[in-house]
Design a protein around this ligand. Structure first.
Ligand code: FES
Length: 156
């Protein structure tokens, strides 16, 4: 589905700004919002482009630069932090060879730090795109990454 089809699927109401931005970002293979898409949203909703940029820049789930196919968001809020979320991020960085906010050269993974994901009962936790993973261990991380690589290969 192209960008204009996605935008046209929403009524031209300001309240639809966040759902439209989510839909556009989810639809982009590099998981981000392009300048062109933000301009199209502003035109559709008849709102100022700077407002659209402000909203897209405010929420950490939106990105204005290209990211990986899988966005790994590791919670580093207090409950997860007490259960070694920093170690989880270190292990991820070690396996993938990238730091926080970076994307693997193959464009597959981006690692980000997140605020509380609202699933503290399964801390330490992370989300990969819209899927939640909890009770993470160094071992389970490796399994999850392998599964994601297999899923990507099966898409081909
Ligand atoms: S503190 Fe990590 S999910 Fe709440």
């Amino acid at each position: 589905m192209d960008q204009q089809e996605i935008i046209s699927g929403f009524r031209a109401e300001k309240a639809n700004l966040l759902p439209i931005l989510h839909a556009l970002q989810d639809n982009h293979p590099q998981n981000y919002l392009t300048e062109e898409s933000l301009k199209a949203v502003a035109r559709h909703l008849r709102i100022n482009l700077s407002w659209v940029y402000g909203v897209a820049g405010y929420y950490s789930m939106f990105s204005l630069k290209p990211r990986g196919r899988y966005i790994i968001r590791v919670c580093n809020s207090p409950v997860c932090n007490m259960l070694d979320s920093s170690g989880i991020i270190d292990v991820l960085s070690g396996i993938l060879g990238i730091g926080k906010g970076e994307t693997t050269p193959d464009g597959l993974f981006t690692v980000e730090e997140a605020e509380c994901l609202g699933i503290c009962d399964v801390a330490p936790a992370m989300m990969v795109n819209r899927t939640v993973y909890g009770k993470l261990t160094h071992e389970s991380l490796k399994v999850i990454l392998d599964e994601l690589r297999i899923m990507k290969n099966e898409e081909k």
